[in-house]
Design a protein around this ligand. Structure first.
Ligand code: ARG
Length: 566
């Protein structure tokens, strides 16, 4: 039984008939207080108007004699400080190793979540600004899957709007036959830029023609619709090339256009429920009471907007998937938008939990990312650069130092390192913070970086190879302080995955993994493994093996691969 469950049972035995699901044991903040601490006697005492130290003592009494616990005391205002026995740690490690999920609780079994992330605009190339939603969303997706949830990853493409009128006109008149035949997203982007520039011309003729193309498209003109569809398919094809590199996979690509026909119905129902009212020709929902301003759901020209589209989208998702929750990963500037329509959805009776995960801005090597700064780097280019730089690392590890052509294997390895570095440099930060991407930090072999963690994995793998073992076998045993610290940390893995999911912050897991790798490294420096005598050696190798498994599973939850050899 895990320690929290034991302490919970002690609370129940001491104070029968109460709900103690809140009781939790936390790792001690300072080892001099023991291994773990429980502060919940204070909570209970407050509710029962009792002396907290007395409450803590009564719980402590119920725990006396438990073999898991080697020392327990009441401290301060009513904390329980607990030191566990080496036997309990060893048995707990064995339980983690024996479970195919490494005891990550399958809290999501039988539950479904929809995660809406990445969602770039079609007909444009993905650039560096698209990394955050893709990488953070991808990690949340994997973390939820690790917890047993059924995840539907949906890419809410920006695939509708005025830009398509501009594109259609440009496609017909500004591209060569060859460009039209071999259409790529790069060509579409160029076509848009040229056509949009012409739409600014004084006489307004081009602009009017673009508008006419858009109207034809909206009215279902077959030719325009077929071209539009082609633009979208080409865009998705190009995006999927990026997603394959980033280890991200979508179940559906339902762009904004998918919800078009549903919008009039949504607005009608809002009107019927008197939630939406006329204001200056537009239809709005007043959210002033909640200090969320006013949300337009139909513009004065009769068109719908982002709010309407998200309201239609949530209705459709709830009806089709009946998810337990829907998670949206976008930049923090969209916070008001989400607050507004979450509130409207709730008023219309939507019971599904809606979660917005906002992320901060990213700068590149100290400079804001913008076309003006000239650093609106294409994602493709950034990823190629990551591979190029990682190849240099791989080459420098090749013993003879020759600059021979990289082998296919070298390139594959450089991809794993480079993509991992780019992803980890984002995921190691709390999503809400603004971050700066720098090559030096992302690729640092000795800092909190993807490559650092991948090296830690490769090192422990080669240790196992050297010892001729492939995994955990036989018992654990935990004696030395450095061993004990690492072991206790390994036992925290399931909790770290759960906390990362509950907070929608992959950074919680990243931080856990970094700390674990540091504790492993100090264990390895202080404790002989291969040179110790047989029984001890085997037990220590088990600890190393479990560290490797946890590191690999944890990184895979972040979408980062773990090559065995670097
Ligand atoms: N396309 C939007 C953007 O580029 C993100 C869409 C997010 N999803 C949603 N259902 N609103 O920012």
């Amino acid at each position: 039984m895990d320690l929290s469950s034991k302490v919970r049972a002690a609370f129940e035995a001491a104070f029968p008939g109460n709900d103690f699901s809140f009781v939790r044991v936390l790792p001690a903040t300072d080892p001099k207080f023991g291994d773990y601490q429980c502060n919940d006697a204070l909570k209970l005492a407050k509710a029962m108007k009792k002396n907290p130290r007395e409450v803590a003592s009564m719980v402590m009494e119920k725990l006396s004699g438990d073999e898991a616990i080697s020392k327990i005391e009441v401290a301060g205002p009513g904390f329980l400080n607990i030191t566990v026995s080496g036997e309990w740690i060893a048995a707990s490690l064995a339980a983690v190793a024996a479970d195919k999920n490494l005891l990550v609780p399958q809290k999501g079994a039988g539950k479904r979540v929809v995660i809406d992330y990445s969602s770039p605009n079609a007909a444009k190339q993905m650039h560096i600004g698209h990394i955050r939603s893709t990488v953070i969303g991808g990690a949340i997706d994997r973390i939820f899957r690790a917890l047993g949830y059924e995840v539907i990853a949906d890419n809410h493409l920006g695939d509708w709007g005025t830009q398509f009128g501009i594109l259609l006109k440009g496609y017909r008149e500004l591209l060569t036959e060859d460009e039209r035949q071999n259409l790529t997203v790069a060509t579409l982007e160029k076509c848009y830029v040229l056509s949009a520039a012409k739409a600014k011309e004084e006489d307004g003729l081009w602009r009017e023609a673009c508008k006419a193309e858009l109207v034809k498209l909206q009215q279902g003109d077959e030719e325009n619709l077929a071209l539009w569809k082609r633009f979208i398919d080409i865009s998705i094809g190009e995006f999927e090339r990026m997603y394959a590199k980033l280890g991200v996979k979508f179940d559906t690509y339902r762009g904004e256009s998918y919800y078009n026909d549903m919008m009039p119905g949504v607005v009608q129902r809002l009107q019927e429920a008197s939630l939406a009212v006329e204001s200056e020709g537009a239809l709005v929902v007043n959210l002033e009471d909640e200090k969320l301003g006013v949300a337009i759901v139909r513009k004065s020209d009769g068109g719908y907007n982002y709010t309407t589209s998200d309201l239609a989208c949530v209705e459709s998702r709830v009806k089709e998937y009946d998810p337990e929750r829907i998670i949206y990963v976008t930049d923090a500037r969209q916070q008001l938008h989400f607050k507004q329509w979450f509130s409207i959805a709730a008023k219309t009776g939507c019971k599904t939990k809606l979660v917005h995960v906002p992320f901060g801005l990213m700068s590149f090597q100290g400079k804001a990312i913008s076309t003006r700064e000239g650093n609106l780097i294409r994602l493709d280019e950034l990823l190629s650069e990551a591979v190029r730089r990682s190849l240099a690392i791989v080459a420098s590890r090749n013993a003879d130092g020759t600059s021979a052509e990289p082998t296919e294997e070298d390139v594959r390895l450089a991809e794993q390192i480079g993509y991992g570095a780019v992803k980890y440099s984002d995921l190691s930060h709390d999503p809400v913070t603004d971050i700066d991407f720098s090559w030096d930090k992302a690729l640092a072999l000795d800092g909190n970086s993807g490559p650092y963690l991948q090296y830690a994995y490769a090192r422990v793998s080669s240790l196992m190879d050297k010892a001729g073992v492939s995994g955990v076998e036989g018992a654990f045993s935990v004696e030395e302080p450095a061993e004990r610290r690492l072991a206790l940390q390994l036992l925290e893995f399931p909790g770290a995955v759960v906390r990362a999911a509950e907070a929608y912050k992959p950074s919680v897991l990243a931080e856990y993994l970094f700390q674990t790798a540091q504790l492993y490294s100090s264990f390895y420096q202080n404790t002989p493994v291969l040179k110790s005598e047989d029984a001890v050696k085997r037990a220590r190798l088990n600890l190393c093996a479990l560290f490797g498994q946890i590191l690999s599973k944890g990184l895979s939850c972040l979408g980062i691969e773990t090559p065995r050899h670097i």
